[in-house]
Design a binder for this molecule. Sequence first.
Ligand code: GLY
Length: 368
Amino acid sequence: MSVFGRVAVPLKSRSYDIVVGSGLLADTGKLLKDVISRPRTAVVTDANVADLYLADIAKSMNDSHIAFSEIILPPGEQTKSFDGLMELADQLLSARIERGDTIIALGGGVVGDLTGFAASILRRGVQIVQMPTSLLAQVDASIGGKTGINTSHGKNLIGTFHQPGLVIADVDVLDTLPPREFLAGYAEVVKYGLLGDVKFFEWLEENGAAMIAGDIDARKYAVLSCARAKAEIVADDEMEMGHRALLNLGHTFGHAIEAELGYDGRIVHGEAVAIGMVMAFELSHRLDLCSADDVARVRSHLHGVGLPVAPPSDYNWDVTKFIDHMRQDKKVQNDALTFVLAKGIGHGVVARDVPESQVIQLLEAKLA
Ligand code: GLY
């Protein structure tokens, strides 16, 4: 095991650490020892991740004398549903997971969000340890306690806040991600630079391509930097009453793109976020918050690494429907759309007073 860094998320009685490094999965048992109250857990994962990593984890748990049940879910977004939740809760109860036990979520965002939700309601709350295996989950979804499932009204509209007891981010597992999935997660990495850290964005301009190509040191540095940034925001605003909403940079536009396309895989979440971030900078420029040069830099970096920077042009977009999708956003308050905008690279701001006419003009230009 090689721990590259440990980030504390200071939340009083709900404080926890994020451990970033390589070779961590093979030492899961040792890492867990500090946070479990009895040597008994359930590992929840999906069939793809189980094939790759469950044997390593099982060995480490056995070496550390931690008993565990394995719960293997079908891979894919459809598992993150009421039916999937009932099935998982049933399996956790069958495994006799008690209130003082620990559930381990080993997987990407689907496994992490669903298992986090199940853990938060099982016997009124059981500890969860997040072991994220996608880049998106390592830099965002596994940190901060958001859990949830999808319904026909939209994604993640039902859920809870349930902070984990530990997050273990082993960058070695990123090697087995399909390139498109890695790149989609990379959009969320860029997000941290754009919303709060121009130096990190500059580092990505220099090193992002190497990180994507597999440079392990660059991966460790980037994942740790994002974990630090997210920990700081969550520590200040755990329940998203204020500036935690900055983490949704690109998401208002992005969610509308995904929803309109019916989540059919043409554009995956991180790609939609990349497009949405460019649109957020374009809107910021229209509102005189940032320069045309900032917009060009953001677009050029995302495009340069291979991410899309505009909604697909071979689709018949409708501005009214697009705005309707944006209204289902969780940030909507008193029916008013909320945007995360930027006063330049590294200076995200939450704006609740954007004139709808400006949004319509941008959408008419982008969706034509
Ligand atoms: N993924 C956004 C947040 O955790 O607040």
